[in-house]
Write a protein that binds this ligand. Sequence first.
Ligand code: NAD
Length: 296
Amino acid sequence: MTKIGFIGLGIMGKPMAKRLLQAGYDLTCYDINPEPVRELVTAGARQGRSSKDVAEQSEIVITMLPNSPHVEQVVLGADGVLAGARPGTIVVDMSSIDPTVTRDVSAKLQKKGIVMLDAPVSGGEPKAIDGTLSIMVGGPQDAFDRVRDILLKMGASAVLVGEIGSGNVTKLANQIMVGLNIAAMSEAMVLAVKSGVDPERVYQAVRGGLAGSAVLDAKVPLILQGNFKPGFRIELHIKDLANALAAAHEVGVPLPLTSQVMEVMQALKVQGKAEDDHGGVVQFFEGLAGVKVRKS
Ligand code: NAD
């Protein structure tokens, strides 16, 4: 069975790594936080001592880290993947990061004969647990063909969208659509409540029509309970929108709506809500109108 290394066992990485273990892969894990590593070792994984150590023991190295600087450190750093990996190793970075950094890291790996794919995901913790993530991949077709079955143990779909960096460009587009959807839904629900209409019934009435969406179905039930436990933290969505704005400006694309949602999220961060789920964006609009979108 293919030897897989997994680095970054947070909200997403831990359940994704568990799925690979359940599928029978020989897995070596590492995280700077020892707690999830212990849990994975109990479930049957080997413990890596560093990112370098994980790479030395693996044919394929998967990373699931917060942002670009973490990926740079884990892959290119002194005790990193590049220092330990043999030529022919495939590095699959499943983190959502700046595509420019992806291309830079890939070029440095390539010099040692190591191939990189960027394969960020959409779906959040529940889909990571179920193994039904949507995976958007950038990189060479032959490397994709070699890891496709592994990706499909974590995702319901894995689509090769183009060359290296394309996975993260796709993820940024995804995050723009999700962020704007949440803001639109929040603004609309606040209008309904302040007008005296039950938000749960509004949701039931519109969800089958054109306004219905995966965002609506995932977030409205939680908002109605006032449940903003992450899930996907506002802080991480700010990171994605910052990457989207930077990547868009670099290629000459203004993002007027994205920049507004970014400022909404920045306001919530100032109010101490950066750790809330991104469904918590509704709280900004609730504050403007002085009502709450809750189950009556
Ligand atoms: P997280 O913060 O829960 O997990 C990140 C993990 O990386 C942590 O366990 C942390 O200890 C570890 N880490 C950080 N620096 C490290 C280092 N130098 N060496 C080893 N380990 C290190 O984040 P998450 O929610 O799991 O998200 C991971 C990525 O997936 C992010 O890019 C995020 O944007 C993306 N994502 C998250 C969700 C979600 O719903 N949470 C959904 C889709 C995509």
